[in-house]
Design a protein around this ligand. Structure first.
Ligand SMILES: NC(=O)c1ccc[n+]([C@@H]2O[C@H](COP(=O)([O-])OP(=O)(O)OC[C@H]3O[C@@H](n4cnc5c(N)ncnc54)[C@H](O)[C@@H]3O)[C@@H](O)[C@H]2O)c1
Length: 316
C-alpha cells in the first residue's frame, strides 16, 4: 500500500498540535502530501512557515468552537492527541484530567461521527494502561493504576462506543514511553525520563532514580510511522513500543557515558501509582504494519542528546 498516494490532498486534523509528538506528526503528514490542520489550546509560538500545516487555537472542551472547525475543514482523517499527560499531576488534579482526557475525547469522537471522518486515530497510553511486571501484548487485559491511565482507558471506551455506530473507522495507539528530539526548542521543557536525565547531566545537576523500574522506550519517529501506517489498516488496538525494556539504572549509565557525567544517581522509592516494570511484545504490530528497522535505543539517545546540545541556548 502506498501511503503517499492515499494521503495526497487529504485533510488531516491533529489535536494537541503544539505538543511534542504532534509536532513530529504534523511534519511527517505534510511531507507525504496531506493538508494538516493542527489544533491546540496553546497558541503557536511561531506562525507556520509550511503552507501545508495550518495552526488553529481552540479548546477541545469548547464543543461549539470545535463544531465550527469540523464544519469548515471537513477532515478526512483525525489524529486525537490533545490531553493532559502527567501521571503524577493526574493524581493531584483528577477532575481536570477527567474533563480534558475523557470529556474532551468524547467531543472529538462525537464530531468525527457527525462529520463522517474516514478514520480516527486515538493516542491512548501503553505505559500507563497496564500494571504488569512482564511482557504485554494486544490481548493483555488493561489494568491502569493511575488517574491518567484510567482516563485513557475510559476515553478508549467512550470513543469506541460513539464511533462504532458511525461511518468512521477507529484505531487506538497505545504507546510506550516516547522519547526523541523536539521540533521546537523555544520554551522547551523536558519530556519524560530521558529528557530529564539528559538535561540534568548536561547541567551537572543531581539525577534522581525513582524505584527499581524497567520501561520500554520508543523513538518518536517510530511512533509516527506506526500511527500513519495504522490509518489504512483495520486494527483496533496497536501497541507501539520498541519491544525492549531497560532498567532505569542501566538507562542512567548509558546516558552518563555519552555525556561524560560522573556523579552517582540518587535512588528514591517509586512514586505513587507509577507502573514498576513493563515490556511490550510488538511482534504482531511490526508484522501487520510491515514496519522494519525501529530506531535502536543507543542511536535514538545520541540523536536526542545531539539535538538538545545544538539547541541548548534556546532553552535557557
Ligand atoms: N510522550 C509520551 O511518552 C506518551 C506516551 C504514551 C501516550 N502519549 C499520548 O500521546 C499524546 C501526545 O503526547 P505528548 O507527549 O506530545 O504530550 P504534550 O503534552 O506535549 O501534548 C499534548 C498537547 O495537548 C494540548 N492540550 C491539552 N489540553 C487541551 C485542550 N483542552 N484543547 C486542545 N489542546 C489541548 C496541550 O496544550 C499539548 O500541546 C497524548 O495524548 C499522550 O497521552 C504520550
Amino acid at each position: 500500500m502506498n501511503i503517499h498516494n492515499n494521503l495526497t490532498g487529504s485533510k488531516v486534523l491533529v489535536t494537541g498540535g503544539q505538543g511534542f509528538v504532534a509536532q513530529h506528526l504534523n511534519l511527517s503528514l505534510s511531507s507525504i502530501g496531506a493538508k494538516v490542520y493542527t489544533l491546540d489550546i496553546i497558541p503557536p509560538k511561531h506562525s507556520s512557515n509550511n503552507p501545508n500545516v495550518i495552526q488553529i487555537t481552540s479548546d477541545i472542551l469548547d464543543f461549539e468552537s470545535m463544531e465550527l472547525i469540523f464544519k469548515k475543514i471537513k477532515p478526512d482523517f483525525v489524529f486525537h492527541l490533545a490531553a493532559k499527560v502527567s501521571v503524577l499531576d493526574s493524581e493531584k488534579f483528577p477532575d481536570e484530567y477527567i474533563l480534558i482526557n475523557e470529556d474532551g475525547s468524547e467531543n472529538i469522537a462525537t464530531l468525527c461521527a457527525q462529520y463522517n471522518v474516514k478514520k480516527v486515530i486515538f493516542f491512548s497510553t501503553g505505559g500507563a494502561m497496564y500494571n504488569y511486571h512482564f511482557t504485554i501484548n494486544e490481548k493483555t487485559k488493561p489494568n491502569p493504576i493511575s488517574v491518567y491511565g484510567r482516563n485513557k482507558l475510559n476515553a478508549e471506551i467512550i470513543m469506541n462506543k460513539i464511533l462504532l455506530k458511525s461511518h468512521s473507522n477507529f484505531s487506538i495507539i497505545r504507546p510506550a514511553n516516547i522519547y526523541g528530539p523536539s521540533i521546537n526548542y523555544n520554551h522547551w521543557k523536558p519530556h519524560g525520563v530521558i529528557d530529564i536525565f539528559i538535561k540534568n547531566m548536561m547541567e551537572k545537576n543531581d539525577v534522581i532514580i525513582f524505584g527499581d523500574c524497567s520501561r520500554d522506550y520508543i523513538y518518536v519517529e517510530d511512533v509516527i510511522k506506526i500511527a500513519i501506517a495504522t490509518l489504512f489498516l483495520d486494527i483496533p488496538i496497536v501497541l507501539a513500543g520498541s519491544g525492549k525494556s531497560i532498567n532505569t539504572k542501566d538507562l542512567f549509565h548509558k546516558i552518563s557515558k555519552y555525556l561524560h557525567y560522573d556523579l552517582d544517581p540518587i535512588i528514591k522509592n517509586i512514586r505513587h501509582n507509577e507502573v514498576k516494570s513493563i515490556s511490550f511484545n510488538v511482534d504482531k504490530v511490526i508484522e501487520s504494519l510491515s514496519i522494519m528497522d525501529l530506531v535502536l535505543l543507543d542511536e535514538g539517545l545520541l540523536r536526542t542528546i545531539n539535538q538538545l546540545k545544538k539547541n541548548y541556548k534556546d532553552i535557557l
